[in-house]
Design a protein around this ligand. Structure first.
Ligand code: GUN
Length: 288
């Protein structure tokens, strides 16, 4: 069997096109242009790349982008002051503080200072609570993108056994909540899980979000399963060239799985597209 290769790039383009249409409608009907503020503290090169892409794509779909770059020595007080001013700015509908933050700043403390109505990352405990109680959350962008990819090949999730490897606040936990809300039977696995390969082999839906290059091998995968690979790891190939790989051994997975996401080109492109969708949603809620 050769698995379906789930195309995250194509789906992200579709999501962005839908967002652009929604932005134009909101401008026409309410005179409101959705605005996303991105805050970057310090000079982490990977974060700078993410932030540049976010700004480009925000503007490409007709939204306003506000960009704040603060030095790595920024104090808690001045960061919280900036967030307070963004909370109060009517032109800002979404606020994203790029993680990780420099060591002297506590991410949780910073996230909790964001108005939950503008928390388009879905990291504030108010949104986490809404997600786990089937309320009206902003859902973290990477798991939201994964769910859309999953539904494209597996419209009926109810009753399926989903195994999520990884328990981070950004991916693993919210992914598990989303799958539970779709009536999957969900197991969250992590570094201390006994017999991880055996557990994964029971999964109809397998989500890998651990940050360990090509950890999931072919014999971890139930034949026909849907495999979503959230990992983005840089490794050197046999010729000494640097390349990106996921947490799943993609070539091996192709021969066993029913469908699998590639890296790059899987959940990655969907993350920013879902951020834009969340920002549009925040702007719509602001006029509702
Ligand atoms: N760093 C890596 N992924 C993310 C994300 O989804 N949101 C934020 N704010 N920072 C990140």
């Amino acid at each position: 069997m050769t698995a379906i290769r789930i195309d995250g790039k194509a789906m992200a383009e579709q999501v962005r096109a839908d967002v652009a249409t929604g932005v134009a409608e909101l401008k026409a009907t309410h005179g409101v242009t959705p605005g996303l503020a991105v805050v970057l503290v310090g000079e982490d090169p990977a974060s700078e790349v993410y932030v540049r892409n976010k700004i480009k794509q925000t503007e490409a779909c007709g939204m306003t982008s506000f960009h704040h770059v603060l030095s790595k020595d920024t104090t808690r007080e001045s960061l919280l002051r900036l967030i307070r001013s963004l909370n109060e700015d009517p032109e800002v509908h979404g606020i994203l503080v790029q993680l990780p933050l420099p060591g002297h700043l506590d991410a949780k403390d910073v996230i909790e200072s964001i108005d939950p109505a503008k928390d388009v990352d879905g990291f504030h405990t108010a949104n986490v609570g809404e997600l786990w109680t089937e309320g009206q959350p902003f859902v973290p962008c990477t798991p939201l993108g994964c769910l859309k990819l999953l539904k494209s090949v597996c419209p009926d999730i109810a009753g399926k056994h989903a195994v999520v490897i990884g328990r981070s606040n950004i991916v693993g936990r919210p992914m598990a909540a989303l799958l539970l809300n779709e009536s999957a039977t969900v197991t969250i696995a992590h570094s201390k899980t006994d017999d991880l390969p055996g557990l994964c082999r029971q999964a109809d839906i397998l989500v890998a979000a651990v940050g360990r290059p090509q950890m999931v091998k072919a014999d971890w995968i139930k034949p026909g399963a849907v495999v979503l690979d959230v990992g983005i790891n840089r490794i050197e190939d046999d010729a000494g060239q640097s390349k990106l790989v996921g947490d799943v051994d993609f070539d091996a997975a192709l021969s066993v799985a029913g469908a699998v996401t590639p890296v790059p080109g899987g959940p990655g492109p969907m993350t920013i597209a879902c951020l834009l969708a969340n920002t549009l949603e925040a702007a719509k809620r602001s006029v509702a």
